[in-house]
Design a protein around this ligand. Sequence first.
Ligand SMILES: *[C@@H]1O[C@H](CO)[C@@H](O)[C@H](O)[C@H]1NC(C)=O
Ligand SMILES: *[C@@H]1O[C@H](CO)[C@@H](O)[C@H](O)[C@H]1NC(C)=O
Ligand SMILES: *[C@@H]1O[C@H](CO)[C@@H](O)[C@H](O)[C@H]1NC(C)=O
Length: 256
Amino acid sequence: MFIAGVALSALLCADTVLAGVAQDRGLAARLARRAGRRSAPFRNDTSHATVQSNWGGAILEGSGFTAASATVNVPRGGGGSNAAGSAWVGIDGASCQTAILQTGFDWYGDGTYDAWYEWYPEFAADFSGIDIRQGDQIAMSVVATSLTGGSATLENLSTGQKVTQNFNRVTAGSLCETSAEFIIEDFEECNSNGSNCQPVPFASFSPAITFSSATATRSGRSVSLSGAEITEVIVNNQDLTRCSVSGSSTLTCSYV
Ligand SMILES: *[C@@H]1O[C@H](CO)[C@@H](O)[C@H](O)[C@H]1NC(C)=O
Ligand SMILES: *[C@@H]1O[C@H](CO)[C@@H](O)[C@H](O)[C@H]1NC(C)=O
Ligand SMILES: *[C@@H]1O[C@H](CO)[C@@H](O)[C@H](O)[C@H]1NC(C)=O
C-alpha cells in the first residue's frame, strides 16, 4: 500500500507539472520518463527484437539471499538526453519474477543523473536528499528483513550524505531471496498505467564502472562474487558492456 502510494503521488505530481510546461519538450520528456521508469527482471532472450539482454554484471543465485552491497563510481554518460543506463544492487531480479528490491543511480546521455529505489513491479521512485555527480563514490545497499520488507540505502562516501527508504508489508509482490545481483541495466520506460514498457536507448558511459567491496548476505553469512554468473547488456545482438570480476569482491564493467 505504502509503495503504491509513493508511485501514485509521483505520477500525479508529474502529470500536474506536465500540464503547465507542455511547450517544454525536454522537461516534459524527463518528467514523463521518471514517472514510468522501471528496472526489470533479467531478460536473456536471443529472439527479442532489440534488447537480447537488459543486464550486464554479476549474478549470484541460490537460496537465502537477504542483502547486497557495493561501492560504485559515477561515470559520465553519453549519447544525448534520450539515452540512459543504470547501475544498481539488488535481490531477486534473476529468477524470482514476483519482486526485486533494488537501489542505484541512472546516468543520462546528457550528463544528468537520478538516484532511486525500487520494489519491482512498482516503478522506481527518486530519492530526494542526495545528488549524484560524476566522480562520486556511491555506497549502495539493500537489506531484506522479510519477504515483504527491508530497506534501500545510498550514501555519498565523500560527504557522508545518506538516504534510506524503508519498506514494510509490501503488497505489490514478495521476494524469493533466490539471487543477489550487481548490475548495469538498460532499464524500461512505461506508460503511466504500466503498459507498453520499452527499453531506453542505452547510453554510453566513461570511465568503466567498478563495483568494489561487492558482497551479498546469504543465510546470515557474507558471500563474495566468486561463483557469480557474468552477463552483458546486449542490444541488436551486440554486447554493449564488458564485465569481469577480479579478486573476490570487485566487478568492473566497461562500455564497448
Ligand atoms: C559527494 O562528495 C564529493 C566529495 O566531497 C563532492 O564533490 C560531491 O559534490 C558530493 N556529491 C553530492 C551529490 O553531493
Ligand atoms: C494505458 O494507456 C495507454 C495510453 O497511454 C492506452 O493506450 C492503453 O489502452 C492503456 N492500457 C490499459 C490497460 O489501461
Ligand atoms: C544467457 O543465455 C545464454 C544462451 O542461452 C546462456 O549461455 C547464458 O549462460 C545465459 N546467461 C546467464 C547469465 O544466465
